[in-house]
Design a protein around this ligand. Structure first.
Ligand code: CP3
Length: 347
């Protein structure tokens, strides 16, 4: 049996000390990552090579006293396994083949989808076998709206005009796409859990593009369908939702459904507001501004202590409001972890 502080916190317990992991804790800010990237020759060559993926997942745990590892992969392997061409160009981010009609959606290659992700499962099992017993391995996937936005717009730096037009002009085609993503994501997360992931996070990184009814329909509903399906299969595995928005009405709609054990907060959410409005019904995870980690120093430490104090009364896991910025000095991460682990919770 494993005995892990962070799993207790995710399941709603107020733990004796505050556990911490960071989104994008593996990646370009670490010299040992850049070394492997140069050897492998590209992002996908690393992500689909279990030996590299295992090594990169474990790199931040060798350096830092983190409480969890997150699988090294990317949210875009799902559309890739559905048959869309994918490239990661150095310095430019991802480039994904697009879908633009209902016909394109029906041409997605759902047959054999999961078997094309076998190398990911091999990496999950390999990491789990090498993980210290008191730390947890997090699996993940992109949530449907965020993944669909890459599938329709094609890459980074988009303005979401195409996906909004698709959604408004062809609601049936759009919901067929969301359905494919919900089903694929459920089978993908189920497979990660069976391979050894001890919690899973759904990244809805582009949640803030929508609000109100559109948010409810495109963000809340699909996230909840996935969470409920996974809960039925794996009732004891903590589910982390990360609807990256600073709109408190939308965030409350997301959290009120009660489908996730943990709600990840972006840095625009006030921790004291979250303590009153989110933490009573879920563990809260967040939410230091990654820019403060980039800058480091006393300002970062003070901000982290303020977050810990605001969320001290309930279940809480420290994280950033978004991923580690690639120019971050790794020594700032060590200082942050020491500050969070050193935080004295009230008796
Ligand atoms: O958090 C981790 O350490 C685990 C690994 C992980 C990666 N991507 C590795 C990666 C995770 C959880 C992701 C999720 C992801 N990928 C999201 C959701 C989270 C978020 O950041 O909002 C999104 C939107 C993507 C899509 C994506 N992948 C983009 C836009 C880019 C390029 C821009 C960037 O930040 O690098 C990637 C590439 C990527 N994914 C890298 C890494 C380490 C950099 C690749 C490289 O070495 O060039």
């Amino acid at each position: 049996m494993m005995n892990s502080l962070i799993v207790d916190a995710w399941k709603g317990k107020r733990t004796d000390r505050v556990p911490i992991w960071l989104m994008r804790q593996a990646g370009r800010y670490l010299p040992e990552y850049r070394e492997i990237r140069a050897k492998a020759g590209g992002f996908l060559a690393m992500a689909y090579n279990p030996a590299y993926a295992i090594e990169i997942t474990l790199q931040p745990l060798r350096r830092f006293e983190l409480d969890a590892a997150i699988l090294f992969s990317d949210i875009l392997v799902v559309p890739h396994a559905l048959g869309l061409k994918l490239e990661f160009l150095e310095g430019e981010g991802p480039k994904l083949e697009t879908v633009s009609t209902a016909k394109d959606v029906s041409n997605l290659k759902t047959d054999g989808f999961l078997s094309r992700l076998d190398p990911v499962m091999e990496a999950v099992a390999g990491v789990r076998a090498r993980m210290p017993k008191n730390k947890a391995l997090i699996g993940f996937a992109g949530a449907p709206w965020t993944v669909a936005s890459y599938m329709i717009e094609g890459g980074g730096g988009h303005d979401f005009s195409k996906i909004k037009a698709f959604f408004k002009n062809d609601p049936d085609g759009f919901s067929a796409l969301i359905d494919v993503l919900v089903r694929s994501t459920v089978s993908y997360l189920d497979a990660q859990i069976r391979a050894g992931a001890q919690a899973v996070q759904l990244f809805e990184s582009w949640a803030s593009v929508l609000c109100g009814d559109d948010f409810r329909w495109c963000v809340v509903e699909p996230n909840i369908r996935i969470a409920k399906a996974i809960k039925t299969m794996h009732p004891d595995v903590p589910l982390i939702g990360f609807p990256r928005t600073d709109n408190t009405d939308d965030l409350l709609n997301f959290a009120a459904a009660g489908a996730f054990d943990v709600i990840g907060l972006s840095q625009g959410i006030t921790p004291r507001w979250a303590a009153q409005n989110v933490q009573p019904s879920a563990c809260v995870q967040g939410n230091l501004d990654p820019d403060l980690l980039l800058r480091g120093g006393p300002e970062m430490v003070l901000a982290s202590q303020n977050i810990c104090e605001a969320l001290d009364a309930g279940a809480f896991v420290f994280n950033l409001g978004h991923g580690v910025i690639k120019e971050t000095d790794p020594s700032h991460v060590a200082v942050l972890i020491e500050a969070v682990h050193g935080f004295k919770r009230k008796a």
